[in-house]
Design a protein around this ligand. Structure first.
Ligand code: FES
Ligand code: FES
Length: 159
């Protein structure tokens, strides 16, 4: 970390397999920096309160709300945004199960479900439902998303 002496600090973020030097203030959120400096607009700014999950990214494989994470605390993590998840089984499962929703909530749902399928390859329906609680959609049901996750879990041969 290098401070420029004007309350901004240069840090290195590791996103989608690439390293980027960015200049941040101590209060900048990870969401701010991803969208405004790195041009990664897949993570969405919505409630900015930790309630909706639209800003979900993965940090060392775990879903986090980037609106509540400080960029300055994210230097040592391996970050993944929806732009880094091209061609994943869970994305195809969303397509195959008609689980595609609006551009605001879908990226967060997909990243969250990718982490679920990775971390819990034997996930029961109850685990899937509980895991999905961190992402909200205000206009539809969650059945198709649940079916997309179930299809990935079943394809792994573990369920
Ligand atoms: S914008 Fe981060 S949880 Fe809603
Ligand atoms: S909030 Fe995205 S489809 Fe409902």
């Amino acid at each position: 970390m290098i401070s420029n002496g004007k309350s901004k600090t240069v840090i290195e973020l590791h996103v989608n397999g690439d390293s980027h030097e960015v200049m941040v203030r101590s209060g900048d959120t990870l969401l701010d920096i991803l969208r405004e400096q790195l041009g990664l607009s897949g993570a969405k700014r919505s409630c900015e309160n930790g309630d909706c999950g639209a800003c979900t990214v993965l940090a060392d494989g775990k879903p986090i709300h980037s609106c509540l994470s400080l960029a300055i605390e994210s230097c040592d993590q391996s970050l993944m945004t929806i732009e880094g998840l091209m061609g994943s089984p869970i994305q195809q499962a969303f397509v195959d199960n008609w689980a595609i929703q609006c551009g605001f909530c879908t990226p967060g749902f997909i990243l969250n479900c990718h982490a679920l399928a990775t971390e819990h390859p034997n996930a029961s329906d109850e685990v899937i439902e509980e895991w999905m609680c961190s992402n909200l959609c205000r206009c539809t049901g969650y059945q198709e998303i649940k079916e997309a996750v179930q299809s990935v879990v079943r394809a792994s041969g573990n369920a």
